[in-house]
Design a protein around this ligand. Structure first.
Ligand SMILES: [Zn+2]
Ligand SMILES: [Zn+2]
Length: 253
């Protein structure tokens, strides 16, 4: 059984109890990190995972709250003695930003630094990544300020699916990629107001209902989130289970 471990659940403006939204997907044999918020090593330590045990990183987009921990994670993986290549996936602009961060910080001066294999994802309505461990992964572009990917993970052995909206306003692509998912992580930056590039809890509920998912988990919530209100707002349109995620929640799928 695979797990999603939420290493952060906050919006771009983190709060005292929430790191920016990023997460670890743990399979039997594979660790996949989705985005890389601050203090990745400290967050991973709390769930008993070393930076060197991350084999694959998917970066959804190049906003700082989603990628600013990337150089530190890599440096700590190198310090922990990682020798094998690390795979990094993202859209062209995101990969460019990731590479620029490393060059701005003179990573070329680190001796025997492990190889980073970059996989540039070409945006389409739905694109399939090369299989990663026990997962088949599809991605699709969202409606955000910069090119951004929503994700769909299918555990091959069980057929169980989890989908993640990443940052987005309501989006047909996101509904399509989440269709029928057991677990749907959707951003809910606001309660009930619409805004360019992001979604409210009400809109997350609409998207979950349209995609006919099993369970909705709200992430990317603001520091002043009131979970009861966010849940009720999502439930206006979605009648399945709704959870307002907290940092270090573990979701099995
Ligand atoms: Zn964000
Ligand atoms: Zn963003």
């Amino acid at each position: 059984m695979a797990q999603i471990i939420l290493l952060g659940t906050g919006s771009a403006w983190s709060g005292p109890d929430r790191e920016n939204t990023f997460m670890l997907v743990r399979g039997e044999s594979t660790n996949v990190l989705i985005d890389c918020g601050g203090s990745p090593t400290q967050r991973l330590a709390q769930v008993g995972v070393k930076p060197s045990e991350i084999d694959h990183i998917i970066l959804t987009h190049n906003h700082p709250d989603h990628i600013y921990g990337f150089p530190l994670l890599l440096m700590n993986a190198w310090m922990a003695g990682r020798k094998t290549p690390l795979h990094v996936y993202g859209l062209k602009a995101t990969i460019r930003s990731a590479r620029r961060m490393l060059s701005a910080l003179d990573f070329r001066l680190l001796p025997n630094f492990m190889k980073i294999k970059y996989h540039v994802v070409v945006p389409n309505s739905v694109t399939t990544l090369p299989p990663i461990g026990e997962f088949d992964i599809a991605v699709a572009p969202t409606t955000h300020f910069v090119p951004t990917l929503a994700l769909r993970f299918t555990e091959r052995a069980t057929g169980k699916v989890f989908a993640y909206s990443s940052d987005t306003a309501p989006s047909r692509n996101v509904v399509d990629i989440a269709r029928g998912a057991n677990i749907f992580l959707h951003e809910a930056t606001m309660l009930d107001t619409s805004s360019e590039g992001h979604s409210s809890a009400v809109e997350a509920g609409q998207e979950a209902a349209a995609a006919q998912v099993g369970e909705l988990v709200l992430v990317h919530v603001p520091p002043d989130v009131r979970p009861t209100k966010w849940r009720a707002a999502a439930k206006e349109n979605f009648h399945g289970k709704v959870v307002v995620a907290k940092d270090f929640d573990v979701i099995e799928f």
